[in-house]
Design a protein around this ligand. Sequence first.
Ligand code: PLP
Length: 407
Amino acid sequence: MKTIEKSQKLSNVCYDIRGPVLDRARQMEEEGHRIIKLNIGNLAAFGFEPPEEIVQDMIRNLPSAVAAGYTDSKGLFAPRKAVMHYTQEKGIAGVHVDDVYLGNGASELIVMAMNGLLNDGDEVLVPMPDYPLWTAAATLSGGKAVHYVCDEQSDWYPDIADIKRKISDRTKAIVVINPNNPTGALYPKEVLEQIVEVARQHQLIVFADEIYDKTLYDGNVHTSIASLADDVLFVTMNGLSKNYRSCGYRSGWMVVSGEKRHARDYIEGLNMLASMRLCANTPGQLAIQTALGGYQSIKDLVGPTGRLTRQRDTAWKLLSEIPGVSVVKPKAALYMFPRLDPKMYPIADDQQFAYELLDQERVLIVQGTGFNWKDPDHFRLVFLQDTDNLTESVNRIARFLDGYRRR
Ligand code: PLP
């Protein structure tokens, strides 16, 4: 029989968050091992429940969701209007209901946005480290993700000089993930303004992934980059998965704003792609209004004594105490991206490092190169486990690193 192979389009596509190390962890669990998972930002798995009013509305809305059947490709009017109001609250000017697209999570819309834009060889500037879906989606679309450095020495802010260096005549867009996964960075207005200026000068589209825009610690405030100009085209992604702990509802949105007049053809392409998948799931669409209009209970989790704040502080303090480990304290989101001093920990292959940590200490992390980081000297830790489990797992990481050093 002829072997059935995956398409060549997939040959350079990589998504290590759900890669082979996770497969190994699953196998170990089947064999009866208890694994402490610090690998994935799925709030539901760690007892973070969606706001009760969303659940109740979801139950109540189910018959009408079924009755609605397929909706308009961009989504139902009322939730899109709720998103429009939300963009207004965030200072994004000139958004019409027609500029709002609902999707099965931001993920679907990210893939759509890249597919609609890129021709073979077109370049998109993507942060390094990144949330790897952006690189994967650009690559799958035939484009090329060109990675700009985020600078660990400067709170993981984008390195503007590096962005400028990496622009070529094939560059079509820049991706800005703010708040950031995997670093937990939150960019100040001044940094965002510099990115807007570069986009303006080189006529780049700005893709803004703002899915953690309410998961902010220490009283920090989020600025939507699309609020900073109306002469640049912005495509902003957001959704219910994180701020509303509702990732199972697969509910996200995308807003096109700014200089839309010159983007009619691209927008037509987006409309076509939205039509081809008919529509986003209807119950997920109906949850948006309740979520955006209701009590923003994320505040309780990220406040001074909130569960997420306590977990962040525990993980950050314990990691920082390990010799040769440095970690920028996250200002937002659910992640930190610790550095392992290569002089103390000469790691040649960080996937192998992740396997060994799993085998020896039953702790599951994702290696830094899984986020397109250039060197095998970082890993991502998700701080969703409770403080007891976080303490135990970071102690295990410390013990593992101690052994690693002495090899
Ligand atoms: N963008 C970022 C930065 C993420 O971290 C994630 C999920 O972890 C997504 C997008 C995908 O979100 P959704 O569940 O809406 O597809």
